[in-house]
Design a protein around this ligand. Structure first.
Ligand SMILES: Nc1ncnc2c1ncn2[C@@H]1O[C@H](COP(=O)(O)OP(=O)(O)OP(=O)(O)O)[C@@H](O)[C@H]1O
Ligand SMILES: [Mg+2]
Length: 334
């Protein structure tokens, strides 16, 4: 069964094709990075317009990569939320059009669940219960995936998402948008212990807070500037990144231990971070926990994860009506 997945929740027009739930046939992304770079962040109206331009060409490229024709597609999956309303509407409308024109099932997919289920394309079927860290541009949550596939939230950021903090600090120090990969690169040449940036909410809760860290980095840079001291930006990037990674690793693995679970999934754009991957790999090795992380292209927004998640729903007999609504605030945990 060939499922086409459409993702337009933010600034990537992405289309993936998955065969029989686990086999990746195409994963095409038309990035809008250059359009948003001058603004230092995603401009919703610009994103929606660019999705309109890129939607059909991206579907055609994905079909070409898979060596398929649109008539070969058995169902269409689409991110129906969460995300930017105008951006979501483009994908949802395109998916409805394809489903209607070709008389195939439509299935609406939760973007965050799709981030978690992306890993099935490389690591096989997830076997919940497990703990997942969903860490991206708009979300930072620790959740349990229950044996029935439902999610239970243990904690989340009470202010900035990790990706948002990466992007804001990168912008402050003059790096390109999106800032996460830039900080990741810069930090490789830096000392993670050069600056003692704060780790917030190191209490028993699974919640996280990143705005104080962001303020501490900005204040330190301003202090150095006022004192005429040239900051070593690689050290700043490495120390900032380490502060984020420390909290994510500690809280996620404590959650796994508290819940008695020995499988940990990393999901979302920030799961592409090399230091986060390295630290989780080291610690899970020591603890004997199974760590499941998608490869970098399957961490950041993509259509393949939507096709995979949609395939799971279809296999469970779930489809959506043609009146499927985009929901910018769709939650992961019910
Ligand atoms: N190597 C990296 N290190 C740190 N952050 C990264 C890295 N690669 C990507 N990111 C960050 O990941 C975020 C994008 O993630 P994703 O594509 O999942 O975001 P989104 O879809 O906008 O957010 P959400 O999934 O919450 O709706 C950006 O903030 C980006 O800076
Ligand atoms: Mg995302």
């Amino acid at each position: 069964m060939l499922v086409l997945g459409i993702e337009t929740s933010c600034d990537e027009t992405a289309v993936g094709i998955v065969e029989d739930r686990f086999t990746l046939q195409a994963n095409v992304i038309a990035s809008q990075v250059e359009l948003h770079a001058p603004y230092g962040g995603v401009v919703p109206e610009v994103a929606a317009r660019a999705h309109l331009d890129q939607m059909l060409p991206t579907v055609e490229t994905a079909l070409a990569h898979a060596g398929a024709r649109i008539g070969d597609i058995d169902a269409v999956a689409v991110t129906s939320g969460p995300g930017l309303m105008g951006a979501l509407l483009v994908g949802v409308s395109a998916a409805k059009g394809i489903a209607l024109a070709h008389d195939i099932p439509l299935v609406g997919v939760n973007h965050l669940r799709a981030h978690v289920e992306a890993s099935q394309l490389e690591h096989g079927e997830l076997e919940p219960p497990l703990v997942a860290l969903v860490v991206s541009g708009g979300h930072t949550s620790i959740v349990v995936m229950e044996p029935d596939g439902g999610f239970r939230q243990l904690g989340s950021t009470i202010d900035d998402a990790a990706g948002e903090a990466f992007d804001k600090i990168a912008r402050f120090i003059g790096l390109d948008f999106p800032g996460g990969p830039e900080i990741d690169r810069l930090a490789r040449g830096g000392d993670p212990e050069a600056y003692a940036f704060p780790r917030a909410l190191m209490d028993a809760s699974y919640d996280m807070s990143l705005s104080g860290l962001k303020t501490a980095v900005i204040r330190e840079l301003r202090r150095m500037e006022a004192a005429g001291v040239e900051p070593d930006l690689a050290d700043v990037a490495a120390s900032f990144q380490e502060a984020i990674v420390d909290v994510q690793v500690l809280k996620t693995l404590r959650a796994a231990a508290d819940e008695g679970l020995d499988q940990v999934v990393l999901a979302g754009g920030v799961a592409a971070n090399s230091r986060l991957r390295e630290r989780f790999t080291q610690e899970c090795d020591v603890n004997g926990q199974r760590l499941i992380i998608p490869s970098v292209p399957l961490c950041t927004d993509n259509g393949a994860m939507v096709a995979a998640s949609g395939s799971n729903l279809l296999a469970a007999g779930v489809t959506s009506e043609l009146c499927l609504a985009a929901d910018p605030n769709l939650a992961l945990a019910g």
